[in-house]
Design a protein around this ligand. Structure first.
Ligand code: NAD
Ligand code: DAU
Length: 352
């Protein structure tokens, strides 16, 4: 089959990457989707079981730090485009061990940019879409929104590494004319998110009646977007966004952490047939995260006015779908946290 595009999606076995790959392989049979992933603790091929047999899908187990393997993949699969999601993504881990974040998020991104620059013809119809975060803009007070022109002000090792990668992506556009696009998204929630992040961690702890650790007073604010809507935004920006531009993606859906956790408790008390207020008793205020950003809020007006993208569902509906998925997929949580399922795939691909 002659594919019209050979799109390298990095980090496709992770949370957002797996939703994006599912969308792309189903919607675009004319494209070949090459999922490149190292399968860290956060990557799990079980996330893609439903599509792994599709003809236009390929998986390769590669570390983006490995520049020779990256170069080889570009040639072997005639890579025409990149949608780059592979990253160390958890802020708390970056506080513990910043160097892994520098390696994957900064050096890994530069390796991919170099490979694209070396392999792509200047007149070719290529796109390097870098998936980034709103955390590069720093922290807001009670008022205002992050816009694409907001100056970068990263404050955690994670956001510093993502900001650095964004700057390299823009530098390759300005210096070498590499056809890039960047999207900066707010907090995602949905199925298949590793249970170290706020929402799946709380769901799992509520199920098992474990303490619900709320950092500080729980007054920090995040803007939550359903992961399927983030995948549709990436699709829209990849196809319709302008080269050399960045686009903010968000849900206009701000919650303090404590309100969100209480809402989850009430929802899950109903689902689990518990007395009203039973799960709220599990809430435990713990030492705050160092340098904890107070508030993130996205102005996604550019994406809406230029491309017409909007979130498809309300938060309450998305959250209920998410809770239902975790309740129906307890074995997934068990397997990603004990590593057993991922281990099987690692062996299979290591032995190739
Ligand atoms: P995730 O941690 O769930 O998945 C990351 C994936 O990258 C995993 O499959 C992992 O195996 C892979 N990976 C890590 N290091 C690698 C390496 N060196 N080489 C190859 N693969 C590697 O992350 P996520 O939440 O799905 O985030 C995906 C991207 O979206 C990241 O770039 C993140 O910064 C960005 N983002 C995330 C959110 C969010 O709320 N989760 C919001 C905005 C932007
Ligand atoms: O804004 C986009 C970013 O959102 C992404 O770039 C990151 O990859 C993603 O991890 C996420 O970062 P956050 O730090 O906002 O997400 P996290 O789920 O870790 O935390 C959400 C909020 O909840 C934050 O204010 C910290 C708080 N929190 C988190 C955990 C894990 C708690 O109060 N208790 C917890 O146990």
């Amino acid at each position: 089959m002659n594919y019209s595009r050979n799109i390298l999606v990095t980090g496709g076995a992770g949370f957002i990457g797996s939703h994006l790959i599912r969308l792309l392989v189903n919607k675009y049979p004319q494209y070949r989707i090459i999922n490149l992933d190292k399968l860290t603790y956060a990557g799990n091929l079980r996330n893609l079981e439903d599509i792994e047999q599709m003809e236009n899908y390929v998986f390769v187990k590669v570390d983006i730090i490995d520049k020779d393997r990256i170069k080889a993949i570009f040639q072997e699969y005639a890579v025409s485009d990149v949608i780059h999601l592979a990253a160390e993504s958890h802020v708390d881990r970056s506080i513990e061990d910043p160097m892994e974040f520098v390696k994957t998020n900064v050096l890994g991104t530069v390796n991919l940019l170099q490979a694209a620059k070396e392999n792509w013809n200047k007149d070719g119809n290529h796109i390097f879409h870098h998936v980034s975060t709103d955390e590069v803009y720093g922290s807001l007070g009670a008022e205002g929104y992050f816009e694409e022109v907001t100056p970068y002000d990263p404050r955690s090792p994670y956001s510093a590494s993502k900001a650095s990668s964004d700057h390299f992506v823009m530098a390759f556009y300005h210096t070498y004319g590499l056809p890039i696009k960047i999207s900066n998204c707010s907090n995602n929630y949905g199925s298949h998110q590793f249970p170290e992040k706020l929402i799946p961690l709380m769901i799992n702890n509520i199920v098992h009646k474990k303490p619900l650790p709320v950092y500080g007073k729980g007054e920090n604010i995040r803007d939550w977007l359903w992961v399927v809507d983030h995948a549709s935004a990436i699709d829209a920006i990849f196809h319709e966004g302008r080269i050399g531009e960045s686009y903010n993606v968000g849900g206009l859906n701000e919650w303090t952490n404590i309100d969100l956790v209480r809402h989850l408790c009430r929802l899950m008390d109903k689902k689990l047939g518990r007395a009203d207020g039973e799960s709220e008793e599990l809430i435990t205020f713990v030492t705050d995260r160092s340098g904890h950003d107070l508030r993130y809020a996205i102005d996604a007006g550019k994406l809406e006015s230029e491309i017409g993208w909007k979130p498809s569902i309300q938060f309450e509906e998305g959250l209920e779908k998410t809770v239902d998925w975790y309740l129906e997929n307890e074995s997934w949580i068990k397997q990603v946290t004990d590593g057993s399922y991922r281990g099987y795939y690692i062996q299979m691909y290591d032995n190739r």
